[in-house]
Design a protein around this ligand. Sequence first.
Ligand SMILES: Nc1ncnc2c1ncn2[C@@H]1O[C@H](COP(=O)(O)OP(=O)(O)O)[C@@H](O)[C@H]1O
Ligand SMILES: [Mg+2]
Length: 266
Amino acid sequence: MTRDHLLEARHVTLAYGDRTVVEDLDLDVAPGRITAIVGPNGCGKSTLLRALARLLAPTGGQVLLDGEPLASRPTKQVARVLGLLPQSPVAPEGITVADLVGRGRHPHQRLLARWNEHDYAAVAAALEATEIADLAERSVDELSGGQRQRVWIAMALAQQTDILLLDEPTTFLDIAHQIEVLDLLAELGRERGTTIVMVLHDLGLAARYADELVAMRDGRIVASGAPGDILTPELVEEVFGIRSLVMPDPVAGRPLIIPIGRHHAR
Ligand SMILES: Nc1ncnc2c1ncn2[C@@H]1O[C@H](COP(=O)(O)OP(=O)(O)O)[C@@H](O)[C@H]1O
Ligand SMILES: [Mg+2]
């Protein structure tokens, strides 16, 4: 089985109406690796992720999956390869956790086909991995923000796609659950060869977990590569407009970004 699907953006331009947000962007997603997209609010991270997931059609250029334009492939076929956790997903009213996570199995099911053992096993494993098995029968509406975020992550995991796109998967999570989710994604990559592309607003966590970092600003990729190779005070200043110190973190040796700020000027 080939799991190393190739996802590429070629000269991609993305717009909402006549407002262009991303222009002429090229990206090769590293198969089987974790790519983290970082950049200031509104720079086009979610827009890019939606285009990679086929939810937004480029107005110029193409997104290619295994060399073929994403737009020309059947939706269900794409859904079996590519899973997306959007930034602000909306759950149908009153749906239970188990039912919502179960929706992740739809791309694998034929019309009117019964649930098979793989479907049940995938849902159970996803509930387990995100530590929400005890919430299975609860209504999603009644959960805390952090619990709900884990339900969405479980739904994305239940899809068992070879490529997983996640938009700010750690939103609403406390520090322990942020690390838990990122460790889980790292394990998926290591154990199953899942290709992961995620938008992360926390530069520190991105530097810690990403194999490849993609730094965006104003709809363009400013730099991409291994965090240790590209994360410098100059890049942080160029992308986020802040002065910082960058040094190896004592745990993983990845770049640690220390913002300087106005009140601790050096
Ligand atoms: N559905 C939409 N319609 C119109 N403009 C949008 C829409 N979604 C995002 N935008 C605009 O596109 C730009 C990029 O947004 P987005 O990709 O969500 O940024 P990021 O995820 O980096 O914060 C922003 O200026 C935002 O206002
Ligand atoms: Mg966003």
